[in-house]
Design a binder for this molecule. Sequence first.
Ligand SMILES: Cc1ncc(COP(=O)(O)O)c(C=O)c1O
Length: 387
Amino acid sequence: MKQIQMLDLKFEYEYIKDDIDAAIRRCLEHQKWILGPEVKELEEKMAGYLGVKHCIGVASGTEALLLSLRALAIKIKKQEYWDKDDLIITTPFTFTATGDTILRSGATPIFVDIDPQTFNIDTENIRIALDKYGAKIKGIIPVHLYGQPCDMTEVMNIAKENGIFAVEDCAQSFGAKFIGKQTGSFGNTGCFSFFPSKNLGGFGDGGMISTSDDDLAEIIRMLLKHGGKDKYNVEHIGYNARLDTLQAAVLLAKFKYIDEFNRKRQKAANIYNEGLKDLGFIEIPFVINDAYHVYHQYTIKLKKVNRDEAINQLNLRSVQTMIYYPYLLPEMDLFQKRCKTIGKLKNAGEISFMVLSLPIEPLYDDDTFRYVIKCLAELKNTENIKN
Ligand SMILES: Cc1ncc(COP(=O)(O)O)c(C=O)c1O
């Protein structure tokens, strides 16, 4: 039996091969590899799509976060970096980069617990952190995990009431919306990743920063090319963090399909929801009101079933699965002595043992998803096997 993968990038390439090949050919012809015309075109198209004034191509989602935080320190604090006493709130249940870029920007991460249903940061806990640490808190990084937007009305209300910034981690949420607005258009900046497995993925690393703040856009454009408007005469500690022309060309070709692909992901999620909702030992994703979830991942909670055994059984039936994320950030050596936490992060801790992400290749047919459901239903036999 053919392996059912989380994603099938070869299959996707075949589907849009003509667009991709033509885009790459154009680059071969013009040979403008650094900040070539495709980068500008992608930035303009994405700014229009997201409804922001500026989009700025960068080398990865990680660099998007780092450059945003550095630019905010330069704008707000008039310093190159934040100080260690400056605290930035985020979720412990995310990819490493959300937290390590806080450290790289000079600040200290403060992790608060998540909502057990959405897996996103619990805004009540953001308020608790603010009550405890007051003016030491400089900002929040909400992560739109698995493609589900956070309640950005509430996040932005908290940010405004407390005079702190919000940097949206949109690495998993290209095209997701809350109250009809794109993620990445609420905060001071939005940070997107074009890592190949993202719902808009390049052929290598890439990222994008969205912002409607002219000052931040100007600083970010300096930071991404060595720290100055003139790279031979710079004023900031900068990086070489540009988005490659070639990646921009591939992304422009794929961008045409993003809404179609996101709709296909939603269709797959609906098939999974229908087939899994009554199984008893599986909790299907919970979607908040006013959210347009793009299912970068379709992630279930396994209850009463030993997860390792479930993964093994699915594997034997040629179904690939993934755990996002097996460890909380504050559990990692990197963060242990370099972060603060609010409470025991009980929800995040429990959920990291229960989540399982299923194949969500937008081009798979309905029967493939039904086969995965059938395999999951067979796990009934492994119910109550303890971890
Ligand atoms: C939530 C989150 N933040 C940040 C990143 C970093 O993006 P990149 O891999 O493009 O550096 C990722 C991607 O892996 C992510 O999933």
